[in-house]
Design a protein around this ligand. Sequence first.
Ligand code: ADP
Ligand code: MG
Length: 922
Amino acid sequence: MRRQYLDLKAKHPEAILFFRLGDFYETFDDDAETCARLLQITLTGREMGRGLRVPMAGVPFHAVQGYLARLVQLGRTVAVCEQVEDARPGAPARGMMAREVTRIVTPGTVVEPGMLDGARNNFLLAVVATPVARGGDFPTWAIAYADVSTGEFRCTQFGGPDGSEEVRREIARIDPAECIVPRAEAGPTLEAAACAGRVVTRWDAWRWELGAASQALGRAFGVATLSGFGLDDLPEATRAAGALVAYLANAHAGRPPALDGVATYLPGRHVRLDPFTRRNLDLDVPARGSGPSLLRTIDETRTAPGARLLRRWVGQPLVDVDAIRARHDCVASLFGDGGRRGAVRTLLGSVADVERIASRAANGSATPRDLHAMRESLGAAGRIAEALRDGPNDAAAALADGIDPCVEVQDLVERAIFLAPRAAPATPGRFEGAASNGRGAGDPLAAEPLVRPGFSRELDGLVAGVQEARRWIAGLEGVERERTGIPTLKVGYNRVFGYYIHVPTRHADRVPADYVRRQTVADGERFVTSDLKAKEDVVIEAAAAIAKAERQAYDGVLATIAADAERLRATASALAAIDVVAGLAEVAVRRGYVRPDVDAGTELEIHGGRHPVVEASMDGDVAFVPNDCVLDGTGRWALILTGPNMAGKSTYLRSVALIVLMAQAGSFVPAMRARIGVVDRVFTRVGAHDDLAAGRSTFMVEMVEAAQILRYATGRSLVILDEIGRGTGTRDGLAIAQAVVEYLHGRGGHEADASAAGRTRTLFATHYHELASLESTIPGVANARLEVLEEGDRVAFLHRVVPGAAGRSYGIHVARLAGMPRAVTDRAAALLADDADDRTPGGTDAPARTGRGSGAGKGPSDGDAARRVTGTPARVGPMQLTLFAPPSHPVAEAIREVDVEALTPLEALNLLAKLRGMVDRA
Ligand code: ADP
Ligand code: MG
């Protein structure tokens, strides 16, 4: 057995090998140690030949899914090895059981329902890049991704200077459970770098060659040419798609689940969102992540496929105006028609995950319960179609056309498939009087039938043939109790000994002479009689034939359903779309959203806009303050928003971006009115955040990101800059921020000539009031500020955006609001006042005055007292820092000496350790 184990293990060195031994899957050696640690199961040992004892850890076969799920979640791969000869009960296994790896479970190839999250797709993604030498100046990239649990399969390829970013964007959007990349001889590859931070599996290089990949695709879909899939001109996409199907076939030991056929797509048909923007706007949370998100806020779907589709809509907002309006039309008809909306949503409540069930039917793993859930769902689908048509002949009614209730499938399942009552403690089994009174696993009498009596004549015949023997066994307990007078005598079943009569120890003296002892157990002894043995032979023999016939009948049903898989999937996707638009209509009604007007222009006009997520998280007493935003690529294209910390700048910026993205995803928006010239790309950048994992310091990150915007923003893009330039000194930051705005203006000018689009619509929030001066120097730039109400030395933030620039930072006021002790804030105010007195006019203080000037007469900041406490923002920043740490503390001194910009991540960690040491010693 050890040799058998080692042979199998050698074939799957990268996987944990689950080796089937009786009722357990065992792991050995290093695998055992890994599993004991990760699964918190007991590590034991086992003799393996002379004097060899190896570590072993096992899990019971009936609970294997849970353990597999946990390992796979941790990014591990498990090779499952089964015994492939069937073990007859009673027949002692002679010689070595043959074993085979029947399945390689990896995060991206899971089909088991217990291991999947209904609300999200489980994508496997293949990525490949052609070396620069073959692809011109830039590598050509291709990705293919598939969800084996739904059959969805897509691929694309792209190149050009933006290719590397595009591939990162797509991977972030798809959020695959597992990435496969070509295995390389040495060194890091482009592909592996693009998948950084994810589960990456390397897959043999030859699988990615065009020939091998085309063949793999041809085999997978049973076609001689790939032209039908539109892959003729997409060799790189073909390579990725082919490698992916080959990987799947391998993971499923040559019997891969069926995919839908591969569809090509163009990333350019959707709004381009880089990974940072997705995160920054909280569009969605990553798998197993927590916290609020746009998706969570607007998800009122009632089915798992609906939830998955909404995730796709939110992740991939459209750029095609007609397609966007078509979605709005559907939402609008259900928005205004509470009756239809309610009826449809109620019916959706009884719709199961038809998409995944159809896939399981196609690959033969659907259970009877699955099939009945599908039958019920199809019935509900028919009623949903009726409900949608029960009203005006509008966009919602048209959705009903996508539904095909597949009546024959419903009918077939109804006729053929046995449905056991849910969670019935005593399943009656196939035979009357054969209640499974805990006789034990494997008892043929307790086996739940798959197929209804009357469906298969052959099966019914076999069943009838052993009815007498079965009745006899089922009645034996009563008969023997009477005969022996032992009231607690039991008839049971076990895999090794077959049927037996159990007699508790204290009745041992009443055992009749014809009982033959088979086994002694803790609480008694087990016997057989020659009659029981004879009946058992009949039953066991027939059970095998019945099981075979039944499986055949069942597989026949599955095959009939699989032949209809396309119709089923089409209906499933129609239902998902209905679920999404009904959910969007529902959330729009509940939260007071309106239909946005999306057109091909370059304007952006939002009246009374709100931040959907912040608004939803606010409790009843406080109301979200709505704000307007009016930009136009050919007119007032940029808004510079100033205001103190906590005033609501970031919230405002994000609300604008979210409203645009919601609109283009097909949703209504949180506003009074919105007109949106369609946006091709949204960039958001936030100053002063670190990307230590990638080994870049704050300022570096900011500049890399800003450079990207300057390179790629078009006249249709929306750019949101929140405090960029913060990662460096005030003067540098200001200079860079100003140069960025000037550049966007100049570049927009050229584009305006070329493409008749406008300048990049830009929102720039900053606490540098100095930037407000740009309003007077660059055409199309306007100032806005967040209104602050001053009452003596206190401030209240009104969260209202008004024209003009802010005059001051209110850092000390914010400190007061935060509950800083009065003595400290008073002292800070005094220091600030001294500082202002010491200053000579000019220097960095001068632009601040300009900024204040442009808001003259509007803000409350023009009084003398206010002027006295106003310093430059750069001085307020460090001042706040010193409030937190008394100047004399050695740790503070040490921190002060640090040149943050010059630190490498490693140095930063070392420094942190040193500081921690100083604190511990103090
Ligand atoms: P800033 O970027 O100016 O520092 P934020 O946008 O982070 O400020 O806003 C600070 C807090 O103010 C938010 O967490 C939110 O609770 C609240 N807030 C912001 N905008 C509004 C608004 N329009 N209505 C109500 N509360 C708001
Ligand atoms: Mg902010």
